[in-house]
Design a binder for this molecule. Structure first.
Ligand code: GLY
Length: 256
């Protein structure tokens, strides 16, 4: 009998308009619409089999809805990140408290920085994006945390996007969805690769939950490619949170 899945999410901060932005121009965010879309996302997680635990937020945590950046969770432990953006480091204590109820905690220590959005775990393979947010030492500390448990941790260059998982995510146990303009394909040679539609560069970010691919409705051409590959896709509206440079995986931490 498979163990139940838990998805940890976090309420959208009333200060989300002051979020970090790296590659996007700041535009107004409709908080009510963002919250409605976030609820729809949580409902999709529940529909895919997750119990959803939503953490609270605060007005000094503009990016806190993007809970994925704060931890990497595997069966053996939860590694609490030290985010590359200083404004985001205050997000860690509440997430660590929640994860500490389920996992042994390991902490990334200064001066290393690493965002969870830069860490793609597929089985025992762990890819760490060397983005502006994640330092070499951050990748090294993650390797030290996960290597002894049998994880193969390797660094991957990313360019032109915020995080590794802006450029590549898993859509099945052996298939990755990728935008090769933002990440080289060679490190992923052991996987089947599905390319995003060229008109949808932001379309490589999908959440895989027990065979269901939770996927932004904004990318219909790439979605058609996923469905043509036989994948079960559940579309979600995420465009309001996308204005805060957040993608689908950013909004949850999923663990058994
Ligand atoms: N706004 C998401 C981030 O920059 O971390």
């Amino acid at each position: 009998m498979p163990r139940p899945l838990l998805a940890i999410t976090r309420e959208i901060s009333p200060a989300i308009a002051q979020c970090e932005l790296t590659h996007l121009r700041r535009v107004p965010i409709d908080l009510a619409r963002a919250r409605a879309q976030h609820l729809g996302y949580e409902q999709a997680l529940a529909g895919a089999g997750c119990a959803v635990e939503r953490l609270g937020t605060a007005s000094d945590l503009p990016d806190s809805v993007f809970v994925e950046d704060i931890a990497v969770v595997v069966d053996e432990c939860a590694v609490i990140m030290r985010p590359g953006a200083a404004s985001r480091r205050r997000e860690a204590p509440l997430v660590a408290e929640a994860l500490g109820r389920h996992r042994r905690l390991v902490f990334i220590l200064p001066p290393a920085t690493i965002d969870g959005g830069d860490v793609l775990v597929v089985g025992r393979r762990v890819f760490v994006g060397r983005s502006a947010r994640t330092s070499e030492e951050g990748a090294e500390q993650l390797r030290a945390a996960l290597g002894p448990a049998g994880y193969d941790v390797r660094a991957v260059p990313v360019r032109g996007c915020l995080h590794l998982k802006s450029a590549v995510t898993a859509v099945s146990a052996d298939t990755l969805l990728i935008n090769r303009a933002w990440v080289p394909a060679d490190p992923f040679a052991d996987f089947r690769l599905l390319d995003v539609d060229p008109t949808e560069p932001y379309g490589a970010n999908a959440v895989l939950v027990d065979g269901t691919v939770i996927y932004p409705a904004a990318f219909p051409h790439t979605r058609a490619r996923l469905e043509a590959d036989g994948l079960q896709v559940r579309p979600v509206e995420m465009d309001e949170l996308a204005k805060a440079e957040g993608a689908a995986t950013c909004c949850s931490l999923i663990l058994r």
